[in-house]
Design a protein around this ligand. Structure first.
Ligand code: 0RQ
Length: 504
């Protein structure tokens, strides 16, 4: 037995990464742990990538389907994509190498709502899982597993996979034990029952994952950090967006539409989301809670200052400095954080019941407030919809935020018509850019368009949008949400032809 593996039976299955990877066959579906760069397996995927490279050099292409919780790290997505080892990928990917391959049509990418992955895996519609590769913090004497820095879909992967490879990562803090809440009460209809979670801090499950020990074919010990990337210090744009959101929330509190401690906050990933969280440190909302997907640096700051009473999520997404801070004080944080399966952290029923304040990024929004979160120019995947749909449709108030332009001003984030729509206008209640905030609740499409152009568009693009909206009003087939179909996507066309959406 080791200090991390307390089951004698399972100790006998400890092996090296190459031997574990050798168990995987071409064409398999691999379901791996990992969510926003935390808790993903690190050694076995790299060994598998080496094996794949050798096989394909010998004229035997070796590819697998890769399912995870969300994005992982270079040792998994990056390594397998680099050797052309991924045939199909779901449900979310942020890896630059994989992104290129997806956009070249070399990987079949299924971009899914994160809350729907586990139920659909149970329904069987996605196909069978051959091998689960799951990182854990430790194995207890009764064979139950101490989860790692993300939970994601691990419960489902362990239950549904034909066989299981575990990575026991010593880098993960042993004091993570007790932080997780794994709910085993989900069912498929018609057996489904209400999820008994009424407050963000309710614990409704157990701290441990269970797995049939007969399915565990290999255990690999590792000591490797998560992919913790630094956040950029908030720039003027991020600070302006954060300022507008905080002013809006203050206004909602003053009107009695939100309690003084707000409602549970959900925040997407990225620098702007992190800047908003940092901005909340100086705001008068006290004590807040978070019911969200990921805990990032800004949330740790809020926990430290006492502004945030507790945070519920499915994963960490921290800078190296924040990860070190978390690890140094894990026991103290453990009482104020809960990591849950992503089907619970993102569950529409719970997001609606708790009344989350959803704050997510966007690629572009059109004048009516339809939001594209995923496809640049309508066809090039950036990351994926992630949890933004789970939260946006069901939130108490759904906020989308973005700089008003991208690529040095050559692209307007506010366009006549979104080239692809992830979030229909009914799911988009507030749009914020550094220019200002448009509260679209209670407005008709034409009223929304006036406000989005006036408050959110960049001054370089505002007259062009006004001109389009005016002409659309004059020449549209219908006047509910006027449009000129022959012109609505001309800005995208112009960018692809000339490198800028601005007319010459
Ligand atoms: O590209 O990296 O090459 O510079 O998109 O954009 O402005 O840094 O903003 O990090 O907040 O990402 C929508 C992608 C925004 C993100 C998106 C380019 C831009 C840059 C990143 P570069 P920014 P963010 C919880 C919720 C969907 C998933 C989600 C996202 C890069 O928020 O993936 O919300 N959302 N999950 O230049 C061309 C445009 C562009 C553009 C931005 N209009 N045209 N490129 N970019 N707008 C988390 C999870 O679900 C796990």
């Amino acid at each position: 037995m080791t200090d991390r593996i307390a089951s004698e039976t399972l100790c006998a299955r400890i092996t090296d990464a190459d031997s574990a990877a050798a168990l995987i066959r071409p064409g398999e579906t691999i379901a791996a742990s990992g969510f926003t760069g935390s808790g993903y397996p690190k050694a076995v995927p790299q060994a598998l990538a080496r094996h794949m490279a050798a096989e394909s050099a010998a004229g035997r292409p070796f590819r697998v389907n890769l399912w995870t919780g969300a994005s992982t790290g270079p040792e998994l997505d990056g390594a397998l994509a680099a050797v052309d080892g991924i045939a199909q990928r779901l449900p979310y990917s942020g890896d630059p190498v994989a992104r290129e391959k997806i956009n070249r049509g070399e990987i079949d990418y299924l971009d899914m709502h994160l809350s729907q992955v586990a139920p659909m895996a149970w329904e069987g519609v996605l196909g069978a899982i051959d091998t689960a590769i799951v990182e854990v913090t430790g194995i207890r004497s009764d064979g139950t597993l101490i989860p790692s820095s993300s939970v994601g879909n691990n419960k489902t992967w362990l239950d549904r996979a034909g066989r299981v490879i575990l990575e026991v990562n010593r880098w993960q803090n042993a004091a993570l034990e007790g932080m997780h809440d794994i709910y085993y009460g989900t069912r498929l209809p018609p057996e489904r029952v209400p999820i008994p979670l009424l407050r963000p801090d309710d614990r409704i499950g157990t701290p441990y994952l269970t797995c049939d020990p007969d399915k565990i074919v290999a255990i690999v010990e590792t000591d490797a950090p998560d992919r913790n990337l630094p956040f950029a210090a908030p720039d003027a744009t991020a600070l302006a967006i954060a300022g507008h959101i905080i002013e809006f929330l203050r206004h909602e509190v003053s009107r009695g539409r939100l309690p003084a401690s707000l409602l549970p906050i959900q925040s997407g990933v990225g620098n702007i989301a992190n800047a908003v969280l940092s901005g909340l440190a100086d705001a008068p909302f006290d004590p807040m809670t978070a019911y969200t997907e990921v805990i990032q640096d800004g949330m740790l700051d809020l926990l430290d200052s006492g502004k945030l009473r507790m945070a519920s999520a499915t994963a960490f997404s921290l800078s190296p400095q924040a990860a070190a801070r978390l690890n140094a004080n894990m026991t103290a944080y453990r009482d104020r954080m809960i990591l849950r399966p992503q089907e619970i952290s993102n569950h529409p029923e719970l997001v609606r019941r708790l009344g989350c304040i959803a704050m997510n990024g966007l690629i572009e929004a059109d004048i009516y407030g339809n939001v594209n979160s995923t496809l640049v120019m309508g066809s090039r995947i950036q990351n994926g919809i992630g949890g933004s749909g789970d939260f946006a449709r069901n939130a108490y108030v759904s906020i989308f935020m973005t700089p008003s332009t991208a690529k040095g001003g050559k692209i307007s984030a506010i366009v006549p018509q979104a080239a692809h729509v992830d979030h229909i206008m009914q799911d988009v209640q507030v749009i914020v850019t550094e220019q200002g905030l448009a509260d679209l609740r209670g407005l008709s499409p034409q009223q929304r368009a006036r406000l989005v152009i006036e408050r959110c568009a960049h001054p370089d693009y505002r007259p062009l949008l006004t001109d389009y909206a005016t002409r659309a009003h004059g020449g549209s087939y219908g006047l509910h949400a006027p449009s000129l179909p022959g012109e609505a996507l001309s800005w995208h066309q112009r960018f692809m032809a000339t490198g800028t959406m601005l007319p010459s």
